[in-house]
Design a protein around this ligand. Structure first.
Ligand SMILES: *[C@@H]1O[C@H](CO)[C@@H](O)[C@H](O)[C@H]1NC(C)=O
Ligand SMILES: *[C@@H]1O[C@H](CO)[C@@H](O)[C@H](O)[C@H]1NC(C)=O
Length: 403
């Protein structure tokens, strides 16, 4: 009764009281008027609070037909090889058919070792969650407690608003934790022990506000930005790094880049194609795990007007004159010199050709002058020139003249 009145108070009071009650009463499960049986077992129902001699009959949900049971000498009702189909209301009656007592039978299995995981979305808090490993068909409750280092056990607080989870605040980094998740049901209990440090279970929430946009005149680029997950406290010691994955909508294979920044420029996007992008985060020093991927965003790299105009033109065979100037104009706007015959351009071309010719001429003159100076000097020094001339001379003369 006291527990019931407490229940209207703050939720954590219930949790603490429940944890206390359970640790004192060692997992006992009491429910008024309910008897629990294990499937496959035999169970004996007694007519509660009445002398056995008074009992003349048992009924199952009001019916006298209970083929799966028999009456013992003590006028108890014995049920063999329990099966879920025998669950229900059993009542004992006296000779006049007067109800003496009633009991509800529920059958199921004792708990298996629960599945449990713990995860820290930052370095200051962590939480554990669990689920049964066996479908017991019975109600269950959980006790979650932990040790830091080898200290006294502490309660991992369960919030009734979030069933099957508990959380620990002000957790300590680089410290071993031992978490005990115990599942208790009317037929017994079972527990799982998890040992970890906070940095081994750290797994940030996904980054938020992912957005991607085209970069003007760069048909293969996308600029992508995102924000820290709001649950990650931004401190110098605990930074995040990120990985960005992207693919054209119709491709299955992702490309991936890693960065420590909150933005990135993709340089190998497929031109003119819509891309899907997602980002995830991890502790900068590789502790723990990558976050889940963020919700995806989509973007298409910048497309030139030319492409967007000429594509429909190709599809219908009417090659009108009209769109062409537009194409050239837009092409000239951002790309290369045009092939249009512009008078001003012709003049410019002539001038540059003139300058080029002049430069070439000047080079020839300088080269010629250099050669002249050099040859002149060799002649003065009396170097090769006489021999050179003699050789020519001799070659030119008829053989007879030499001899
Ligand atoms: C720890 O968790 C609580 C509740 O989940 C939150 O209010 C608090 O800001 C967290 N502490 C830090 C330091 O992030
Ligand atoms: C885990 O907790 C349960 C319930 O408090 C307890 O009975 C069990 O002995 C604990 N297991 C270990 C290994 O401490």
């Amino acid at each position: 009764m006291q527990m019931t009145s407490t229940a209207s108070c703050l939720s954590w009071v219930i949790v603490l009281a429940a944890a206390l009650a359970v640790s004192v009463s060692s997992h006992a499960w009491e429910e008024d008027g309910v008897v629990f049986g294990k499937i496959g077992d035999t169970i004996t129902l007694k007519c509660d609070g009445h002398d056995e001699s008074l009992v003349s009959q048992w009924r199952y949900n009001g019916s006298l037909e209970i083929p799966w049971s028999f009456l013992t000498n003590q006028r108890h009702l014995q049920l063999l090889d329990l099966h879920p189909s025998v669950m229900g209301n059993y009542t004992c009656h006296d000779q006049s058919g007067e109800l003496l007592s009633s009991v509800q039978l529920r059958v199921g299995y004792p708990p298996g070792i629960p599945f449990a995981t713990c995860r820290a979305s930052d370095y200051h808090n962590f939480s554990c969650s669990w689920r049964p490993s066996v479908e017991t068909l019975l109600p269950a409750r959980y006790i979650a407690s932990y040790w830091v280092n080898k200290g006294d056990p502490e309660v991992c607080v369960q919030d009734p608003a979030q069933p099957n989870t508990c959380s620990v605040q002000h957790s300590k980094v680089w410290t071993p934790y031992r978490m005990n998740i115990t599942e208790v049901n009317p037929l017994g209990f079972n527990f799982r022990i998890l040992e970890f440090t906070v940095q081994s279970i750290v797994k940030p929430d996904p980054p938020e506000n992912l957005s991607a946009e085209p970069i003007p005149y760069a048909p293969r680029r996308l600029r992508v930005t995102w924000d820290y997950p709001p649950t990650w406290p931004q401190e110098v010691h605990f930074q995040l790094k990120f990985r960005l994955q992207y693919r054209p909508v119709l491709h299955m294979a992702w490309s991936m880049v890693e960065t420590a920044n909150l933005s990135d420029v993709i340089t190998d996007a497929f031109a003119g194609v819509e891309h899907i992008l997602q980002v995830s985060a991890r502790d900068f020093l590789d502790a723990g795990n990558w976050s889940e991927w963020s919700p995806e965003t989509r973007a298409t790299p910048w497309i030139s007007k030319e492409a967007s105009v000429s594509v429909p033109d190709f599809s219908n065979d009417t090659f009108t004159e009209e769109p062409e100037p537009e194409i050239r104009e837009s092409f000239a706007d951002f790309c290369c010199p045009t092939h249009q015959s512009d008078p001003a351009e012709k003049v410019a071309l002539l001038i540059s050709l003139g300058i080029f010719a002049f430069v070439v001429l000047a080079l020839f003159l300088i080269l010629g002058a250099l050669i002249w100076v050099r040859v002149g000097r060799t002649v003065k020094d009396g170097g090769i020139k006489p021999d050179f001339l003699t050789a020519i001379h001799m070659k030119a003369l008829p053989k007879t003249q030499i001899l």
